[in-house]
Design a protein around this ligand. Structure first.
Ligand code: SIN
Length: 276
């Protein structure tokens, strides 16, 4: 297979892959290595079945059962269906790293486009490694020991929209939980350092006043979102994207209504190959 980098910071397309290779052990090692190096990879022009989708996910680690509020694929309970269109607007806008409000957020996601609008519906990813590398050393040393609170924020509205009972809302909020993470982490495989915050879920820097924390986070969010840290991908039906959810954030543009878009997604909990 050929690996074509898409930007210096993040993203690569894996070209000339035979469908049979997707089940081949050696090719899967190459796919994993490309994922770790490029942080998000794309496989285009192949009709990947739900069974291959699942087995590729399993080759990376243990797939997670999706949130019961989303529909699941009839052939696999691990495949979550994200369908948006007129009357059902997308709910995945905003820069986010998946589920950082959990203490152990998932390692990776495998997303296949099944139906795409004529234009629009692109997804953007950014490299939190590149964001860290491009900070000045003064700012790096100011923040490298800090920790931040991650919480679902207004994203939870999607899940609580139709619930008015305070008791049940409290229960739901408890279930979502919140977590404290270091603001700077080291990737367990590549060894690269990265800035571990995202605008959707990182709420507050531990030990700072709210105004200080807001000012510093806003500065860092604007820094992270610089185009130099990003790749923007235009989907075709059938394309698979796999991203390393440890060191990236993503943003699905919601610009295609009233056209429809359907994506099938599997989330992988832990990196099966990780040694540290
Ligand atoms: C997501 O945020 O997981 C979905 C991304 C997309 O639909 O492009």
């Amino acid at each position: 297979m050929k690996v074509q980098k898409l930007t210096p910071a993040i993203g690569a397309e894996l070209r000339d892959i035979d469908l049979r290779e997707l089940t081949d052990k050696a090719a899967r090692v190459q796919i994993y290595e490309a994922l770790i190096e490029h942080q998000v990879i794309f496989i285009t022009g192949r009709e990947i079945s739900p069974a291959i989708h699942l087995s590729l996910a399993q080759s990376l680690g243990e797939p997670q059962l999706p949130n019961p509020l989303y529909p699941r694929h009839p052939d696999s309970e691990h495949i979550m269906i994200l369908r948006s269109g007129a009357g059902n607007p997308p709910d995945t806008g905003g820069w986010h790293t998946d589920m950082t409000y959990r203490q152990n957020p998932p390692f990776a996601c495998l997303l296949i486009a099944r139906e795409v609008p004529d234009c629009g519906g692109d997804t953007l990813w950014l490299s939190l490694c590149s964001a860290w590398d491009s900070l000045s050393s003064g700012v790096q040393s100011e923040i490298e020991e800090l920790q931040a609170v991650h919480d679902m924020g207004d994203f939870r509205n999607n899940f609580t929209l139709h619930e008015t009972d305070a008791g049940r809302l409290n229960e739901a909020h408890q279930q979502f939980g919140s977590a404290i993470h270091p603001m700077v982490k080291t990737h367990p495989v590549s060894g690269r350092r990265f800035l571990y915050i995202n605008e959707s879920f990182t709420q507050q820097i531990v030990g700072m006043r709210a105004t200080e924390s807001r000012r510093l986070l806003d500065y860092l969010f604007r820094h992270i979102e610089q185009p130099e840290n990003q790749v923007r991908f235009r989907w075709s039906a059938g394309t698979l994207a796999i991203w390393d959810n440890q060191c990236t954030s993503h943003y699905a543009t919601a610009d295609y209504l009233p056209q429809s878009r359907e994506m099938h997604r599997i989330t992988v909990l832990d990196d099966a190959r990780k040694t540290v």
